[in-house]
Design a binder for this molecule. Structure first.
Ligand SMILES: Nc1nc2c(ncn2[C@@H]2O[C@H](COP(=O)(O)OP(=O)(O)OP(=O)(O)O)[C@@H](O)[C@H]2O)c(=O)[nH]1
Ligand SMILES: [Mg+2]
Length: 302
């Protein structure tokens, strides 16, 4: 490790921040080249601080995905998510703020102010440029973003298409401080199997359930046994009310079954084993508004 230092090795934390739904997790996954963090079209998908580690011969960037920073903070979980998002800036060496092409909202402004206050180098990724038509509309937007603060660089890109990712990676790596690698080179995330599996299940539930329900549920893996060919998983979907339990289960169990099947297929594909997945739905009143329940359920409260 110390030898790395003498070679001018660089290593640092890069906080990926932005309002909900701008594509932070999609961008992290694209940079790491694997699904580290779940993605859905719904805002407030990410609830935790999740590391994605990118190790190259001369440097290691530790990207930190964060929950989208949002204004309305009705429940304890929302407050916890905002704390997690902004807390990651204070531990970072570089800030990567993600915004959506052609949209700048009050929440973007809030995030920007916190980025600027940090005094750290701030890069801006203007994501989803693939949706801009005609492309000539992009330039004035990029100019107006660039004028909002003293950014290191403003980089238009598309996380889903992978456009300009290398330019972004270079811009990040150039700004990392010198120091030894903090994680083993083969490690791509700090999160263990249980967490990743619970998140994949939550993603499938969020994708299928509508309105407020996705925000009222959380998933915990209770049992996990595996050998080289088979993984047996038992997980609980926690909801807040009995009525929600009925919706998650669906008519004749159809909803839960479909979510379970989608999750199982993805887990099988990622881990390359056969999966036996059992899902239970249980009610825990007001878990999302109780700091204690959040802690019991393993949700970060920083
Ligand atoms: N067209 C297009 N869609 C994108 C792009 N990047 C992300 N998306 C979509 O935007 C939606 C939100 O993506 P996420 O990565 O979950 O966004 P996020 O910022 O992590 O959201 P939170 O975790 O809720 O804060 C998903 O439907 C993505 O597929 C992009 O480059 N182009
Ligand atoms: Mg996210």
């Amino acid at each position: 490790m110390i030898e790395n230092n003498e070679d001018g090795f660089r290593c640092g934390f890069v906080a990926i921040v932005g309002r909900p739904n701008v594509g932070k997790s999609t961008l992290l996954n694209a940079l790491i080249g694997e699904k580290v963090s779940i993605v859905t079209p719904k805002p407030q998908t990410t609830r935790h601080r999740i590391l994605g580690i990118d190790t190259r011969p001369a440097a290691q960037a530790v990207f930190v995905d964060t929950p989208g920073f949002h204004r309305s903070q009705p429940r304890a979980i929302n407050r916890a998510m905002n704390r997690t998002a902004m807390g990651s800036i204070s531990d970072a060496d570089v800030v990567l703020m993600v915004v959506e092409a052609l949209r700048w909202t009050g929440e973007d402004q809030d995030v920007l102010e916190r980025c600027v206050e940090s005094g750290l180098p701030v890069l801006i990724a203007v994501n989803k440029v693939d949706t801009v038509k005609p492309m000539t509309r992009l330039l004035p937007f990029l100019e107006s973003v660039a004028g909002k603060a003293d950014f290191e660089e403003v980089i238009p890109l598309s996380a889903t298409r992978g456009t300009s990712l290398e330019r972004l990676r270079e811009a990040v790596f150039e700004r990392l401080p010198e120091g030894p690698a903090l994680f083993p080179g083969e490690m791509s995330s700090d999160r263990d199997e249980r967490f990743r599996i619970a998140e994949i299940i939550r993603e499938k539930l969020m994708l299928r359930l509508h309105q407020e329900l996705p925000y009222g549920l959380t998933v915990g893996v209770e049992e996990l046994e595996r050998d080289s060919r088979l993984m047996r998983i038992s997980a609980v979907v926690w909801v807040e009310r009995t009525g929600q339990k009925a919706i998650v289960i669906g008519q004749g169990g159809s909803q839960l079954k479909a979510c379970g099947q989608a999750a199982r297929e993805e887990i099988e594909q990622i881990w390359g084993v056969k999966v036996h997945l059992q899902l239970w739905v249980k009610v825990r009143k007001k878990w999302s508004d109780s700091e204690r329940a959040l802690r019991d359920l393993g949700i970060d409260l920083q």
